[in-house]
Ligand binder design. Structure first.
Ligand SMILES: *Cc1c(COP(=O)(O)O)cnc(C)c1O
Ligand SMILES: [Zn+2]
Length: 423
């Protein structure tokens, strides 16, 4: 496969246009390096993050921008003309006022951010679109990833649209729907006999050997993870340029949760919203709850676990951003909770029944966790709350297939229908 791939021609630092991004900074020791496809600090092995020099940004400029995440391009590590290159252009998904779910849960003011509306039906299109745009500037032409499913869809689709090759690594046990919805884009799809953490280790090894592969969540991870800020930006803009009081976010690697918070803070710092206080809550499945476990035990170290849950898109046993999730949740006064697989299915069904939104298992985790946090008095029922619904139920039909079905099967007669309905 390598023979078919053109080697990367790295852009010279002077030619590198990543918009407001200035350098990479280590989240642990603060060391800085020039913008490059690097993810770990050479001094301390800490994770690298994009550091910016933002120009003035106005609400008007954003509102006049494209109806996609590119309306926030002046706050992302992408060039100003990013929208003119082929990409999936995700974002600006619905923020739904969820009054019926609010009533069922016993909370006063509730919103559902419905990210099932992205091009490949999960929030992963946001991070991949930013990774692709940055990788193009960094001189790559191959997009790659280890994935629990949704990332595989997003990478294969974005690469197809850009005319890039893709190399996607998945655990062989992945849901059939997620395998097919990746394979259809016709990139290289490698099923690995192992769990996600095995696949992730393999990807890190391959990223070191194949310098011309942009592994979105490995060697270009600092750029990729910035894409999650757009969830925070959109929620704030769609609420009418203000921050919610509480937000519930599902945790896999934990990147999304920390970046939603970063997005809220940047909007406050730039004067785009009134910097008001908010609390960030984390949601995990009990079958893979390393961050929730650390939170409950009041520990700073997240001990790895072996995942066993139907919420496979969240099944990362060794979450890279776990410690930063703990920091964010503790700093904002939130909490982390986990729910059983049965509660996940109930959460999916409750959201569908009350709001007409069919979420995948990760969405069930968020809804069920919100319910548990309300029941135990940690979410304030009187505070305005946003639930992040990050993926589409059509991808995880297995979760509900034994739970729902036709109300009745009848002969083709009006009488039979009336009888079946008891009216
Ligand atoms: C990947 C994923 C998440 C969590 O992402 P992290 O940033 O790794 O925590 C949440 N929901 C869905 C549907 C996902 O695919
Ligand atoms: Zn460092």
């Amino acid at each position: 496969m390598t023979s078919t791939i053109t080697p990367r021609t790295p852009a010279s630092p002077a030619a590198l246009d990543l918009g407001p991004a200035r350098e990479l900074v280590c989240r642990e020791c603060g060391a800085t390096i020039p913008l490059a496809p690097e993810f770990a600090c050479a001094q301390c092995f800490g994770p690298l993050e994009v550091d910016y020099e933002f120009g003035p940004v106005t609400r008007r400029e954003i509102e006049d921008g494209p109806r996609s995440i590119w309306r926030y391009r002046s706050l992302l590590p992408v060039p100003a003309d990013v929208a003119s290159h082929p990409n999936t252009d995700p974002g600006m998904t619905r923020l739904l006022r969820a009054d019926r779910l609010a009533e069922a849960l016993g909370v006063r003011k509730l919103w559902v951010k419905d990210d099932t509306g992205n091009p490949t039906h999960s929030f992963k299109d946001r991070v991949v679109a930013v990774a692709l745009a940055a990788a193009r500037q960094l001189g790559f032409e191959v997009l790659a990833c280890p994935s629990t499913g949704n990332l595989a869809n997003a990478v294969a689709a974005a690469a197809a649209r850009a005319g890039w090759e893709s190399v996607v690594l998945i655990p062989a046990s992945l849901e059939r729907a997620k395998v097919l919805t990746t394979a259809v884009y016709d990139g290289a799809l490698i099923a690995v006999n192992g769990n996600y953490d095995d696949v992730n280790r393999l990807a890190t090894e391959l990223a070191c050997e194949h310098e011309d592969w942009a592994f979105v969540n490995v060697n270009v991870r600092p750029y990729y993870s910035e894409g999650s800020k757009t969830l925070g930006f959109e929620v704030a803009e769609q609420l009418g340029w203000r921050l919610p009081e509480q937000i519930v976010v599902p945790i896999a690697s934990g990147s999304q949760l920390t970046k939603v918070d970063k997005g809220f803070r940047e909007f406050g710092d730039l004067g785009l919203v009134e910097p008001s206080s908010y609390r960030v809550f984390g949601a995990q499945a009990s079958g893979c709850s390393p961050v929730s476990t650390a939170y409950k035990a009041d520990r700073d170290v997240v001990a790895p676990v072996r995942p066993d849950t139907i919420a496979r898109s969240l099944a990362i046993g060794a979450p890279a951003d776990g410690p930063y999730v703990l920091d964010t949740v503790r700093r904002t006064g939130g909490a982390i909770e986990d729910v059983t697989d049965a509660e996940v299915v109930e959460g999916i069904r409750l959201l569908a029944r009350t709001e007409g939104v069919f979420a995948e298992t990760a969405g069930g985790v968020t809804v069920a966790t919100a319910r548990k946090l309300l029941e135990t008095g940690r979410l304030d029922p009187d505070a305005e709350t946003v639930l992040l619904i990050t993926g589409d139920g059509l991808k995880t039909l297995d979760a509900v297939q034994d739970e729902v079905g036709p109300s009745a099967t009848v002969a083709p007669s009006a009488k039979a229908v009336r009888e079946a309905l008891g009216r």
